[in-house]
Design a protein around this ligand. Structure first.
Ligand SMILES: [Zn+2]
Length: 297
């Protein structure tokens, strides 16, 4: 069940996912600490509290997905936390994660993300991809799915036909017919992302769950849209880098172009939600960083 944690009071921006099993309840990507009141409210509507949870399954450690984890573990020290092995050290000691987020968000850190507590090492179950996660008699498959982040994993609940694909599944709000990539710095990698999409195709889920936001069906269409979008954006960023301009101007022009094209396909309200959810200027920067690295610059 998708839990709308109403991040910063916005509906349909960040979705945590509640999995209920005979072995107790688990949450995929609880979201940031700043939205914990929303998470608690949605759990309470299901007759659950944090103390009832057995596990947290993280797709990746970005603050909008995993920021609340340390607070949840402090409240419920029994919680098992699943995370990719490359993300684990940054949960145990979030200093570097917070420093890099701080460079981006400055004095807005507390408002956006709340308090980010470390996660004790003993609670962590690290994944490389390929392991099974057991929740009672329910078994989830895992896969290493980089492209958006180098430490991104995805989970398949084959019995339910659902794959939890975090941000590697892109941005698709409430099953609308638009899928956008999410490509902020520093980890964007087109080749890695393509391979991750190939994994999702092999899994053949009936539905995806994307954090931003909710269930997404017509999976082959979704994956094709996302791959096309990735290639299109990389081509645009390459072209913008070949033009004489500042990075700031290039990023703004990219964001303006994408928003203008969305306006032809979505309502004004939806365009605003997509633009806010994507962070288009940061998407430009993430791709530009990768292109320059490819060029050895
Ligand atoms: Zn995200």
């Amino acid at each position: 069940m998708v839990l709308d944690i109403e991040y910063l009071g916005q509906r349909g921006a960040i979705g945590a996912f509640l999995i209920e099993t005979d072995g107790g309840a688990a949450i995929v990507d609880p979201g940031p600490a700043s939205a914990l009141s929303g998470l608690r409210a949605r759990l309470a509507e299901q007759g659950l509290g944090v103390a009832d949870l057995e596990a947290v399954l993280l797709t990746h450690i970005h603050l909008d997905h995993a920021g609340a984890t340390g607070t949840l573990v402090r409240e419920n020290p029994r919680l098992r936390v699943y995370v990719h092995e490359r993300g684990a050290p940054h949960l145990v000691d979030p200093t570097r994660l917070l420093a890099s987020a701080g460079r981006l968000y400055g004095d807005q850190m507390q408002r956006l993300w709340g308090e980010v507590l470390p996660v004790p090492r003993d609670n962590l179950h690290t994944l490389a991809g390929g392991e099974e996660v057991r929740l009672g008699t329910r078994v989830l498959e895992t896969a290493y799915t980089p492209g958006h982040a180098v430490h991104h994993v995805s989970y398949l609940d084959a019995g339910e036909g659902v794959a939890f694909v975090g941000d590697t599944g892109g941005l698709r709000l409430d099953n609308a017919r638009v899928v956008l990539p999410l490509t902020p710095p520093p980890d964007f990698d087109l080749e890695a992302w393509r391979q991750s999409l190939a994994w999702f195709a092999v899994w053949r889920p009936e539905r995806l769950v994307v954090t931003h936001f909710g269930f997404a069906d017509d999976v082959p269409w979704h994956l094709a849209q996302l791959e096309e979008g990735l290639e299109d954006w990389v081509a645009r960023v390459r072209a913008s880098l070949a033009r004489e301009a500042t990075d700031e101007a290039r990023a703004r022009a990219f964001a303006d172009d994408v928003a203008a094209e969305l306006a032809g396909r979505l309502s004004a309200d939806e365009v605003a939600r997509y633009v806010a959810g994507a962070g288009l200027e940061a998407c430009w920067a993430g791709i530009a960083r990768w292109v320059r690295k490819q060029q050895g610059g």
